[in-house]
Design a protein around this ligand. Structure first.
Ligand SMILES: [Zn+2]
Ligand SMILES: [Zn+2]
Length: 332
């Protein structure tokens, strides 16, 4: 039987349905898992995405892009296959793509996490024959602490900075990550300011009904404030207004020793919107897939582990693209 998906020059392709999933070049029909720039290539003739992700996708692709949407779980026929989109728990509107043909089911996870996130619908385990998983953090060293613990650390750091009269600048990914942090912030501690690139996305979240505390643009008095900003603001002229601010980054990469020092940050907080090592194994287990394709990130270690544990696993030679910051991320 022909494979339901195959890797072509432009990405994962479904011949029977004539569409690509998260292509990295413009194609006729793209089914996209979520609005991060490494998954959405501009210039495709049409896009199919989960309805809760439409506004974020629109923000990236512009008003003219042809975007069709499906509710989570809704099924449509494309060519001779049935396609549906299911929550991936990664950012608002993120989806796994389920493709079924004559009783055979393939699922492409996109980016996902199993950890709780107040800003998006939780990951839904789907039974399938072949599971295409991401592996951004596919090494056993990657294990995330509980979000509550991380938030306590962030609040303690913020309070300590207030006592020494320094603003707290928290860098993080402006689409998804900082909204997740914002949703769990105790705003009674002090004022929360957001860089324009963060606020632009937060506004979309709020408009789609996700509860987020209000944030203001940075004002003159920032000494007791927490400021949310994209990582590429670090060292930019935009930062000058905060004087001797304490800086921190919230990222799964902070799990790696030395990252904080190398990036000249005062603190690092380990919070990721990707599955950690145990979560990758859990998701793969719960898929009951006989075959696992591993795309993105640390592919080889995960493939080896799966093979050693009796599963058929294949390393997918995807073109690796890092997500790009928004163009207006850090204008002064
Ligand atoms: Zn992503
Ligand atoms: Zn990604």
């Amino acid at each position: 039987m022909a494979a339901i998906l195959e890797l072509r020059d432009f990405g994962l392709y479904c011949p029977a349905g004539d569409f690509y999933i998260d292509p990295w070049d413009p194609v006729e029909r793209a089914v996209v898992t979520h609005a991060h720039s490494d998954h959405v290539f501009p210039g495709c003739r049409s896009y199919l995405a989960a309805a809760p992700g439409e506004a974020l996708l629109r923000a990236r692709l512009g008003a003219d892009a042809a975007i069709e949407t499906l509710a989570y779980g809704e099924r449509i026929s494309l060519g001779s296959v049935t396609v549906s989109l299911h929550p991936a728990g990664h950012i608002a509107g993120s989806a796994q793509v389920r493709v079924e043909s004559r009783g055979e089911v393939w699922v492409v996870s996109g980016d996902y996490k199993l950890a709780p996130d107040p800003t998006c619908v939780p990951f839904e385990p789907i039974r399938c024959h072949t599971f295409v998983t991401e592996s951004t953090f596919g090494l056993p060293i990657f294990r995330w602490p509980e979000m509550n613990e991380v938030m306590s650390e962030i609040h303690a750091w913020w309070r300590a900075n207030q006592e020494s009269g320094r603003p707290s600048v928290l860098f993080g990914w402006p689409m998804g990550k900082l909204q997740r942090v914002l949703s769990a912030l105790h705003t009674a501690v002090g004022p929360v300011y957001a860089h324009g690139a963060v606020e632009r996305i937060s506004r979309i979240y709020r408009e789609s009904g996700i509860a987020l505390p209000a944030t203001k643009p940075p004002s003159a008095d920032t000494k007791s404030a927490l400021i949310l900003a994209p990582p590429n603001c670090q060292g930019s002229p935009w930062m000058k207004r905060f004087g001797a601010a304490s800086t921190a980054l919230v990222s799964g990469w902070m799990r790696i020793r030395g990252t904080r020092r190398r990036r000249s940050l005062d603190r690092g907080f380990v919070l990721s919107d990707h599955a950690d090592w145990p979560a990758l194994l859990t998701a793969i287990d719960e898929s009951h897939a006989a075959t696992v394709w591993v795309a993105h990130g640390f592919r080889a270690p995960l493939v080896r582990w799966l093979q050693e544990h009796g599963r058929e696993a294949v390393e997918l030679p995807m073109r690796q693209t890092a997500p790009q910051p928004e163009p207006e991320d850090c204008e002064p």
